[in-house]
Every structure is written in structure tokens, then in C-alpha cells.
Write a protein that binds this ligand. Structure first.
Ligand SMILES: [Zn+2]
Length: 244
């Protein structure tokens, strides 16, 4: 058994960003996909994140489908955020696409229903389970049970601020993972998850640096505290410190 967590879009995908350039959909999708993988790992469920770098939306989809045909996952969960219109608007809510109507008994619909049930915790309007035909090729042009989840709209300023928030992203990952685990018949391990909710030991240092004015955007760093720092970042930080 191997779950494909498809992180929708990539850096090069045209469009797929907030009107003010403050948010790229691929970054949200990839972050949530990685978080889902971490949760599935903790539950002993094998999964992988699929990220395809490709500038052409048509060939990008084909590349994703080809990769899935090669890897033969047990099921596919494609992670997205939604968009509507050409300027800020009120379109809002959560929705999921699967390979059949909402009332079908298909495996994809059963998976979608399990994820939908747990996603009520997001507090978004539930737009429901929708048929992916003509909308989501990653679902209709692949063989394993598949769903595509839209976690709110980045063309809506209220939902955009949620989509940028790391706590909301973690909640998205928890809801999706709970649905996947329920579909697989794997019990949710609250104790294992409670451990992961403990703040990172360096978060207090990060908060302190923010207070001192040395770091401006803590949300960028909060989930990447264990990533290496570049020489450029070291030099910039040293320069800022010695200027104080
Ligand atoms: Zn998308």
C-alpha cells in the first residue's frame, strides 16, 4: 500500500497565485502535502509526495498522470486551494472532487465522504462532493481511487489569510489524514499526534528575535526551523546584528 499525495501545481505554473502576489498555490499545496505525509508516517502508512515542476498546465497534468501510472499508488489525494474571478471576491468554502457523483458507491466517493466528514473542523462552508469529470484530470484520467481537495479560496481575502497560516495548514493536513486513515481502516493515534503538537524548542528563540526586530516574518520560519541556513542568510543576519 502506498498513498500518492499529489501537491498541485508548481512554481512555474502560470496564474495560481493571489492577486497581490503574496501567495502561491503550489507553496500551500506542497506544505500541506508534506504535513499529511508526516502524519501518515506516524500512523505507519506508506505515502509519497508528488511534486512536478513544469511550466505548461497541459503537459504538467500529463506528467503527473504518467508518474502515477509508473508508481502505481493505492490511492491519490491531490491537494489544492481554490480560485475564482479576476479580482478579490466573496467566493468561499471547501470542496472535494471525485470520479463519480456524490451518491455513488465508488471508492473515490467513499474516500471523499470520509475526508469531508473530518474537514468540518476547518470551519469553512462545505460546498460538497463534486464530480471531477471535465474539472480534474488527475482524478478522472488515473486508475486508483482519487480525490482532489480544494481547501478554501485564495481569491477571498478572509480565506487567504487562513491559507497563509501554519496552524490552519496543519489543521487541513490533520483533516485530510483523518479521512484517509478512516478510509483505510487505520485508527487515529491521538497520543502520537499530541507529541507532534509540542512547539519546537527553538520557537521561543524565534519569538524573541521577532520582539527584538531581527526577524520580520516568523510564519515563514516556524515550520522550517530544522532546515539549513545559507551563507547569504548568515551574512545578512550578522550584518543586521552588528548594525544594532
Ligand atoms: Zn489548484
Amino acid at each position: 500500500m502506498k498513498i500518492c499525495i499529489d501537491a498541485g501545481h508548481c512554481k512555474l505554473t502560470p496564474g495560481k497565485r493571489a492577486f497581490d502576489g503574496s501567495f502561491f498555490e503550489y507553496e500551500f499545496n506542497l506544505d500541506v502535502a508534506n504535513r499529511i505525509k508526516k502524519i501518515l508516517d506516524k500512523h505507519g502508512v506508506e505515502s509519497y509526495v508528488q511534486y512536478v515542476e513544469n511550466a505548461n498546465p497541459t503537459t504538467e497534468l500529463n506528467a503527473r498522470i504518467a508518474a502515477i501510472n509508473k508508481d502505481k499508488p493505492t490511492l491519490i489525494v491531490s491537494i489544492h486551494a481554490n480560485a475564482y474571478g479576476s479580482s478579490w471576491n466573496d467566493a468561499n468554502g471547501w470542496e472535494v472532487f471525485c470520479n463519480a457523483p456524490a451518491d455513488s458507491k465508488s471508492k473515490g466517493t467513499i474516500l471523499a465522504k470520509a475526508i469531508q466528514k473530518h474537514s468540518k473542523a476547518l470551519g469553512l462552508r462545505d460546498r460538497g462532493i463534486k464530480d471531477a469529470h471535465g474539472v480534474a484530470g488527475i482524478v478522472t484520467k488515473t486508475t486508483p481511487p482519487a480525490v482532489l481537495i480544494e481547501h478554501g479560496f485564495y481569491t477571498n481575502q478572509t480565506e487567504l489569510s487562513k491559507l497563509k497560516d501554519s496552524n490552519f495548514r496543519e489543521l487541513c493536513a490533520v483533516c485530510d489524514a483523518k479521512g484517509i486513515l478512516e478510509y483505510l481502516g487505520v485508527a487515529w493515534k491521538e497520543e502520537t499526534m499530541a507529541e507532534t503538537k509540542k512547539p519546537h524548542w527553538a520557537e521561543k528563540n524565534l519569538d524573541s528575535l521577532v520582539k527584538k526586530g531581527l526577524i520580520n516574518s516568523p510564519e515563514v520560519h516556524r515550520n522550517t526551523l530544522d532546515e539549513p541556513i545559507t551563507k547569504a542568510q548568515v551574512f545578512a543576519l550578522l550584518d543586521r546584528i552588528t548594525d544594532k
